[in-house]
Design a protein around this ligand. Structure first.
Ligand code: APR
Length: 263
């Protein structure tokens, strides 16, 4: 028995929320899971807009726009290299692992789970998810700022004395293969994401503040196609009012419980 009555009631509430959400998930054939930075919070990777988040310490205009790169490419390259290094010890948490298990289970019964992630950390694939659409790119990859050619693995350039490293194809400046503010998302990724969203029976939004378009509107596209919307987030977001089910908990506890409850 949990010692603290309010903790007991919080856990009881969470269990009710999980059971209700699992009732929708168990009937689904096609599921989309939309994830944001909160998905990786319990892997030790900071979110952007929570207290103490990345954008409370760094100005996105200085590090995460094409103009910032034009102004000081070396500074932007070094900042992303430092973020990559700080992620090096991060491992998939129980939430990532649960999503990979859910994908395998749905595939075995002729269904599908598509992870549409805003995260650039690669943890969904590291956990074993295969059907992953990384709509904001991948911090571990590079491409040329000038000719857009693939620049290969970012880590392969860590020993380069030239910062940012140069494009093997045109000699231009390599950049992280991520989407910056003011840039369009990769068309192929958005197309894949929207096809899955239009066809899904359930969309689970996990760990995103729903502040950044066009991804913030993706759950509403699913609702237009009569999907059930589940939100997993310890805090309310603009999406909460539209959700059929809300689980006010962290991804690493809620997702394993949800996946188990719909086994
Ligand atoms: N489990 C689930 N959700 C969590 C957890 C957790 N353990 N911890 C925090 N959260 C929630 C927060 O309540 C918040 O709603 O995760 C969300 C994180 O929001 P943001 O920091 O805004 O991250 P995100 O929504 O992914 O940002 C979208 O903005 O800066 C750009 O490109 C960046 O992809 C990013 C995009």
């Amino acid at each position: 028995m949990l010692p603290n009555p309010s903790l007991r009631s919080a856990v009881a509430t969470e269990n009710v929320q999980i059971t209700a959400a699992a009732g929708a998930l168990v009937l689904a054939r096609r599921v989309v899971v939309l994830t944001g930075a909160g998905m990786s919070a319990e892997s030790g990777i900071p979110t952007f807009r929570d207290a103490g988040g990345i954008w409370s310490m760094f100005d996105p205009d200085e590090f995460a726009t094409p103009r910032a790169f034009e102004r000081d490419a070396g500074k932007v390259w070094r900042w992303y290299a430092e973020r990559r290094r700080s992620m090096a010890g991060a491992r998939p948490n129980a939430g990532h692992v649960a999503l990979a298990a859910l994908e395998a289970r749905f595939a075995a019964r002729g269904g599908s789970v598509t992870v549409v992630t805003q995260n650039i950390d690669g943890l969904h694939r590291a956990a074993g998810s295969r059907n992953v659409v990384a709509v904001h790119g991948d911090i571990h990859r590079t491409r040329c700022f000038d000719c857009r050619a693939d620049g290969g693995e970012a880590g392969a350039h860590d020993a380069s004395t030239v910062v940012p490293p140069r494009c093997p194809a045109c000699g231009g400046r390599l950049r992280p293969d991520v989407v910056w503010f003011g840039e369009a998302l990769p068309m192929a990724a958005v197309g894949r994401a929207l096809r899955a969203i239009r066809a899904c029976d359930v969309l689970v939004s996990v760990g995103t503040s729903g502040e950044v378009e066009p991804v913030a509107s993706f759950p509403l596209r699913a609702l237009e196609h009569r999907a059930v919307l589940i939100e997993i987030n310890p805090a309310p977001t603009p999406l909460s009012a539209h959700a059929d089910h809300v689980v006010r908990a962290g991804a690493a506890t809620a997702l394993p419980a949800l996946v188990e409850a719909c086994a």
